[in-house]
Design a binder for this molecule. Structure first.
Ligand code: ADP
Length: 557
């Protein structure tokens, strides 16, 4: 079988071994499910809707820096198990992805150049169950938010159940939860809302977590079938913890297993809904707004994961930089005020929603509106109050779990737009948020870029998402963006702020900031990694965790 010579072989693997490995892989998945990356010129950045599996389309290093040697698409769980066993036999590193969009965090690209990308989503993409009574779904890796939503629509279940979606609806429900991604309904913390997993371990064995570890008694007369097709325990998706140590956490943002099934709690239709926008005119009133939000969120008067968006995030959804100004460098206060005025928005814009029947919503709004009214110049809007194109119309959908793609537009703020997320965690405190905003804004502007960002409000913290938008064809700007994020990580660590998730290129640096007590967390993670995956075949380097056979000193960035 001729596979061609890969652009990047896995480390310590020669061409002949690689070829023999692929021949065995072809016996498992079929030749048609293997694509070898042979040439730099084949690398297409594609688009959100046509994402590459070979590399990161938002590359901040060279396009082929984080490149796969090959992409393999297994068709079933037993095939995934066989692939993992083969990877052990040949000591070849695998990098599993579900849909592979992972936008702003590295796409489908592997951390270790030359790894085999396992595209879990191409064939393994069933919605295995939607349970109305228990309000949950069980999904395979290839199920997107849009797919799950469509299922509810097609089965007339929208009056019963809602899903939670991130800003864009094309990601994997399972993959996003694995990375601890967030959405904006009351069920916005996706990891919190997952319940029960099935994973292929680094030795190829199949494990179910939580209540899934207890077999569902077999019906009389039935014969044992395929392990992965056995019905799960009836409480698998109802009680996350099962018995003994709660293991799910070690599979998130890690390299200890390939998830093949996941339970996800769905939100019962609340019986009524109203989204809203509160505009805050002055930049410094972020402080007041956050201090108003904290008690309301803790008391669940703010029922969902609301967000406080910087003016330029909304502006960028509605137009390119050139459509507002001819200024090339970072925009100053006057220009930002002018944009805010033009769009009838504030320097900060707070998007939330009320859930429940009309009396409930009225009561909640009766608390929220007066609380925010203490900020000078705030304005309150419902979507129906605004005729012109406005981000509130998109948020109106997102905050009730309807997938959209409108937020893709902010990437086109500048020509050839690409992006990188910097995502530190902040206290829900006016002082902390203001300080974090000032520290990050200063560095973004020093780099010659515009500050674009949003705070998404969890129960007791905020994910501050700084959107670093750069021109992917401008090498100098790429370098500045990369340097910027490195400086931001260091600055934030000096203030005691850490990131919740990151791009491949920054995994080592960020892991190094979580270093309390002589890096005990990393030493613990490495101990588990080396015990479960002695050949280091699963996602070496993921989140800074390197197995012993890939020395950190050699591979670290
Ligand atoms: P998206 O939903 O944004 O398309 P991806 O499918 O790219 O996300 O997944 C994001 C990351 O999550 C991957 O790079 C990988 O580290 C992890 N991941 C995704 N799916 C799996 C899986 N089935 N098993 C293990 N890790 C996974």
């Amino acid at each position: 079988m001729n596979f061609g010579t890969p652009l990047a072989l896995p480390p310590a693997t020669d061409q002949a071994t690689f070829r023999r490995f692929l021949a065995r892989v072809a016996d498992v998945v079929g030749r048609e499910n293997i694509q070898v990356v042979t040439n730099k010129d084949e690398l297409e950045d594609g688009s959100y809707h046509n994402q590459p599996y070979t590399h990161d389309p938002h590359h901040i290093l060279n396009q082929d820096h984080f490149v796969a040697s090959a992409v393999v698409c297994p068709r079933s769980v037993p095939e995934v198990q066989d692939l993992v066993k083969l990877a052990n036999e040949f000591s070849i590193p695998l990098w599993p992805v579900s849909i592979g969009r992972n936008s702003g965090y590295g796409g489908a690209a592997p951390r270790l150049r030359g790894s085999i990308v396992i595209d879990m989503g191409k064939h393994i993409r069933r919605i295995l169950e939607v349970n109305v009574e228990g309000a949950y779904a069980v999904v395979e890796p290839g199920v997107t938010f849009a797919d799950l939503h469509q299922y509810l629509v097609e089965h007339n279940l929208k009056d019963k159940l809602w899903i939670d979606v991130p800003d864009l609806g094309g990601g994997s429900v399972l993959g996003n939860a694995m990375e601890r991604g967030v959405g904006y309904t009351p069920y916005g913390d996706h990891w919190m809302m997952h319940c029960g997993m099935e994973v292929v371990l680094p030795n190829g064995e199949l494990m179910r977590t939580g209540m899934g570890a207890m077999p569902e008694p077999r019906k009389a007369g039935t014969v044992p079938g395929r392990l992965d097709e056995e019905p799960g325990n009836k409480c698998w998706q109802l009680f996350p913890y099962g018995f003994g140590p709660y293991n799910d956490g070690i599979f998130s943002q890690s390299n200890l297993g390939i998830a093949t099934k996941m339970g996800i709690w769905l939100m019962p239709n609340p019986g009524g809904y109203q989204s809203y926008l509160i505009t805050v005119p002055k930049e410094e009133d972020l402080r007041k707004a956050v201090d108003i939000i904290r008690p309301l969120r803790l008391q669940m008067v703010l029922q969902n994961v609301p967000s406080i968006r910087h003016i330029l995030l909304d502006a960028a959804v509605l137009g390119s930089k050139a459509s507002y100004t001819s200024t090339q460098g970072p925009l100053g206060d006057e220009e930002l005020d002018a944009i805010a005025k033009k769009l009838n928005l504030g320097r900060w814009n707070f998007y939330g929603a009320l859930y429940g029947p009309e009396p409930t919503r009225t009561a909640l709004w009766g608390v929220i509106k007066p609380a925010f009214s203490s900020i000078e110049g705030v304005k309150f809007f419902f979507p129906e109050d605004i005729n012109e194109n406005c981000v509130l119309h998109t948020r109106h959908k997102t905050l009730q779990g309807v997938p959209t793609f409108d937020e893709l537009k902010w990437i086109d703020w500048i020509p050839n737009g690409a992006h990188l997320f910097f995502s530190p965690i902040s206290k829900v405190s006016g002082d902390d948020a203001m300080l974090q905003y000032s520290v990050t804004k200063k560095r973004v502007i020093e780099s010659g870029l515009d500050f674009i960002g949003t705070f998404t409000v969890g129960m007791r913290e905020m994910h501050h998402i700084v959107c670093i938008v750069f021109n992917r064809k401008d090498e100098d700007m790429k370098r500045r963006a990369h340097n910027l994020i490195k400086v931001l990580i260091a600055d934030c660590a000096a203030h005691g702020w850490g990131e919740y998730r990151t791009h491949l290129a920054l995994m080592d640096q960020i892991a190094g900031t979580y270093n309390w007590n002589n890096n005990i967390l990393m030493r613990f993670n490495e101990t588990i990694k080396n015990a479960l995956d002695p050949k280091g075949i699963l996602a070496p380097g993921k989140n800074g965790i390197w197995p012993t056979n890939y020395a950190r000193t050699t591979h670290k960035l």
